[in-house]
Design a protein around this ligand. Structure first.
Ligand SMILES: [Zn+2]
Length: 285
């Protein structure tokens, strides 16, 4: 892909600051579960200040996806993120599964989340990542209705592409499970997610291989990390050491909003892959 200012490739770390929203969304009695709540709380209270300090020292501005409920529950973390000049994207209201919500409910969840972010920061989010990537065929249209520039929940390419919604479009910045830190680092039995937890160097190595591959291919590398996972002490020390080298390798480190704006410029010039969405207009037999 082409990148601005002669950069050889592009890179972005995204953090999804789910905090303990997951346990409340998964279990009506979740508020009575101190252990998973404490695991999630580590994100906004301990990991976010640590991550932001690294970004400040290295001069990085990056993207954080935050559920609306977390904005209200952890305002100090959100203030610190905004003070650092970072982008905040929408990540649902309370990490509800959009695929389990009606169309009307999905719209209400989005509006509630947008309102929480806008009331706090003064700006509406331009980017969206569906909780657990579970968007529906309706979600891109709901996002376009609300002025979003991009989604980051689908996996049809390595690099950004456009969703042709029929007269409207949305930029897609595709994640995949190989750049998500749940498989190496999450063990969350309460929501049925039980993986063997990798050591910091072993668990992070695949992300760094992905970075080298993006460099070789002039592509986009991005990571889908979570403060309560990769923001843990030993893992973050590995990331910090890696970043100090990675920043010298000719990548355009940007927010997903900036990357989406660049992709939109390419789309308008006819130089970005565009795919019709939804993939299937009707049920397949
Ligand atoms: Zn999430």
């Amino acid at each position: 892909m082409e990148w601005p200012n002669g950069a050889g490739f592009a890179a972005a770390i995204t953090f999804d600051m789910d905090a303990d929203s997951l346990i409340h969304a998964a279990d009506p009695a979740g508020w009575q579960r101190p252990y998973p709540i404490s695991m999630g709380q580590y994100g906004p209270t301990v990991a976010i200040p640590r991550i932001l300090e690294t970004y400040r020292r290295l001069g990085l501005r990056q993207t954080f996806f935050i559920p609306g409920w977390c904005v209200k529950t952890y305002p100090r973390a959100v203030e610190e993120i905004l003070e650092g000049g970072h982008e905040i994207g929408c990540h649902g209201w309370i990490h509800e599964n959009p695929a389990a919500r009606s169309l009307a409910e999905q719209g209400e969840d989005l509006d509630r989340a947008i309102e929480a972010l806008a009331a706090f920061s003064g700006t509406r989010p331009r980017g969206y990542r569906a909780p657990v990537y579970q968007l529906t065929n309706d979600t891109p249209g709901l996002l376009a209705d609300r002025g979003f520039a991009y989604d980051s929940s689908m996996m049809a390419d390595d690099d950004p592409y456009a969703l042709d919604l029929g007269g409207r479009s949305l930029i897609e910045i595709p994640p995949h499970w190989g750049i998500d830190d749940w498989p190496p680092f999450a063990h969350y039995a309460e929501i049925g997610y039980m993986m063997p937890v990798r050591g910091p160097t072993e668990g992070l190595a695949p992300f760094f291989e992905e970075f080298a591959a993006a460099k070789a291919d002039a592509g986009l590398w991005h990571a889908v990390w979570h403060p309560f996972l990769t923001g843990r002490r030993a893992r973050w020390q590995v990331v910090e050491r890696w970043l100090e080298t990675a920043l010298t390798e000719g990548a355009w480190f940007a927010t997903l909003g900036e990357i989406a704006d660049h992709a939109e410029t390419l789309r308008r010039a006819g130089r970005l892959r565009s795919i019709a969405f939804p993939t299937y207009a009707e049920r397949q037999e």
